[in-house]
Design a protein around this ligand. Structure first.
Ligand SMILES: NC(=O)C1=CN([C@@H]2O[C@H](COP(=O)(O)OP(=O)(O)OC[C@H]3O[C@@H](n4cnc5c(N)ncnc54)[C@H](O)[C@@H]3O)[C@@H](O)[C@H]2O)[C@@H](O)CC1
Ligand SMILES: Nc1ncnc2c1ncn2[C@@H]1O[C@H](COP(=O)(O)OP(=O)(O)O)[C@@H](O)[C@H]1O
Ligand SMILES: [K+]
Length: 510
């Protein structure tokens, strides 16, 4: 499943029409058919449905939807918002088809007062005002109509994207329909995953309108959705005859006197996510508090100063060659200068850099561009850490999540896991994967440490790095979703996520 910009979707539509030979009329009919097929199970014959129609092809979809609903006996009022003569091309063809069936149209230009009354009395609004063709700031009469719809607090279902939003940007100050559900056509658009605009989408559904795979392959968007099906197909199996050394020897490096919990959580998650052997490297000062909390890992206690491990101890006292993968950073501390590049450069396995590890990395980025590592490096920044690494503001990172992580991944040759709602995984070649699991219960200290542990364990058990990271991010979000079945959203702790791992992983087995 691809994630596309408005421009890519236009190219895909164009290829489908020009090279494959599917007409725009047919695609519009398919869009309306798919929309109605999905919608009817949640409608009742007593619903009063208002279909709002704009000037472009999104409005054309609206005519197909209104016609099909009317033909099925639903009560539908069809409102054309711009002057009717603005409707052209394929949308006009479907308007005529609708009319020839004997169905009526009301016009906002001549019936504003009646529109307000009908909006007040309806139960469902279908928003087919504007789709991916919108440019610049929203103009009248759409501004007024959208504000009115948002105030009316009806069940609102948008076609393709909530009208007013741009397909590829995050929204910001834009006026847009606040939908309860959005049925997007064939492939989700970027703005579905970029806040604040993502909040306008409501529940996102993806409709198959029969655009062939070939059209997508030709345009080849580099963004994908992480799907449950793919996760299920690629989760690691455990062969009957393997021993613990073959299930991955993991090294977790982190912790300071003020942060003993972070490496504890990472280690706990790494064990539960299947690593065969885990060694935790922490400063001597916290050896008792951490080791009492973890039964199954082994430890290496390093010399510390001011409660943190020193650069010298990190570089000289760890037998890196005994391990298959590393995670460095959770609770590592920032008081004492440390470097990450020299620590990891000679290591031949995958390495995850998180939290304070990213702080130290941000001070030595020149080393990363001069001497990229040969083995995979995975960085797991939240937007604040991404801002620190790129020199952008957090707002810029949030607005340009896709571009920002891709630029960094390409420049430094690393895998970037840009966290947050809709975490984006970017490979060093620039392919991107968007995660849709998880919820705001994860907005709590420690959630990221758990993710790091799962990523590390998965790296040691998957055949590709990309699958390992995507599956870890997906499962991590799923843990939070599972917790909400029994817990309130404000009371999920990171350690609860680790306890939920066995049940969630089991639910993915065939
Ligand atoms: N091209 C295709 O093959 C298909 C397209 N489909 C639909 O077509 C949509 C895209 O259609 P269009 O490209 O015609 O575009 P839209 O229908 O999104 O909007 C274009 C219309 O909006 C007006 N407009 C643009 N910017 C505006 C602004 N800032 N304020 C107010 N009005 C503005 C334009 O004058 C134009 O009339 C998709 O979102 C989808 O719903 C579907 O029918 C499926 C097939
Ligand atoms: N509102 C949210 N919705 C979904 N996931 C979230 C949300 N807030 C945080 N997360 C997830 O929780 C984790 C938080 O990581 P991070 O900010 O590094 O936390 P910490 O280092 O304090 O443990 C990330 O995986 C992130 O994607
Ligand atoms: K719309």
């Amino acid at each position: 499943m691809y994630v596309v910009t408005g421009e890519e979707m236009r190219q895909i539509d164009r290829y489908t029409m020009d090279q494959i030979g599917m007409s725009e009329e047919l695609l519009m009919e398919n869009a309306g058919q798919a929309f109605v097929r999905h919608l009817v199970s949640s409608l009742s014959q007593s619903d009063d449905i208002l279909v709002l129609i704009g000037a472009g092809n999104n409005g054309g979809d609206g005519f197909v939807i209104a016609r099909l609903l009317l033909e099925q006996g639903f009560k539908v009022k069809t409102w054309v918002i711009p002057p009717e003569e603005h409707i052209k091309g394929t949308a006009k063809l479907h308007m005529n088809l609708y009319r020839h069936c004997g169905h009526p149209v009301s016009n906002y230009q001549t019936g504003e007062a009646q529109f307000s009354d009908e909006l007040k009395d309806c139960s469902v609004v279908v928003d087919a005002l504007l789709g991916t063709g919108i440019k610049g700031s929203l103009r009248e009469p759409y501004v007024k109509v959208i504000e009115q719809v948002n105030k009316a607090r009806k069940r609102v279902i948008s076609v393709d994207i909530p009208s007013g939003l741009l397909a590829s940007e995050s929204g910001g100050e834009r006026i847009g329909i606040l939908a309860d559900e959005t049925y997007t056509l064939q492939a989700p658009k970027l703005s579905a995953f970029l806040y604040p605009g993502a909040g306008n989408y409501g529940e996102l559904h993806i409709l198959d309108i029969a655009i062939p795979k070939r059209s997508f392959e030709e345009v080849s968007p580099h963004r994908h959705l992480i799907t449950e099906k793919k996760v299920q197909a690629t989760l690691p199996q455990r062969l009957g005859h393997i021993h613990k050394g073959q299930a991955g020897r993991a090294l977790v490096i982190g912790g300071a006197d003020t942060m003993p919990g972070a490496p504890t959580l990472t280690t706990g998650a790494c064990l539960r996510a299947g690593a065969g052997l885990v060694t935790t490297v922490i400063p001597s000062r916290i050896k008792y508090s951490v080791s009492q909390k973890i039964t199954e890992s082994t430890f290496l206690f390093l010399k510390d100063r001011d409660g943190e491990m020193t650069k010298k101890a990190l570089e000289e006292d760890i037998p890196f060659e005994q391990f298959d993968g590393i995670a460095v950073g959770p609770g590592l501390g920032r008081k004492i200068a440390k470097s990450v590049h020299p620590l990891l450069y000679g290591f031949s396995g995958p390495a995850v850099i998180d939290a304070d590890g990213l702080f130290h990395m941000s001070k030595e980025l020149h080393l990363w561009s001069e001497k990229p590592r040969q083995s995979p490096t995975i960085i797991t920044p939240h937007p604040g850490e991404m801002a620190m690494l790129t020199g952008c503001t957090i707002e810029e990172v949030e607005k340009r999540r896709f571009q920002c992580s891709r630029e960094f991944a390409l420049k430094y040759g690393v895998y970037v896991v840009l966290k947050g709602p809709f975490t984006i995984v970017t490979t060093p070649k620039g392919d991107q994967w968007v995660n849709t699991t998880g919820n705001a219960s994860l907005a709590k200290g420690g959630s990221g440490d758990v993710l790091t542990g799962i990523i590390l364990a998965f790296l040691l058990q998957h055949s590709t790095v990309t699958d390992a990271i995507c599956n870890a991010v997906h499962i991590h979000g799923k843990l939070a979703d599972k917790m909400l079945e029994t817990h309130d959203i404000i009371s999920v702790n990171a350690s609860d996520l680790i306890l939920t791992l066995p049940e969630v992983l089991k639910s993915y087995r065939y």
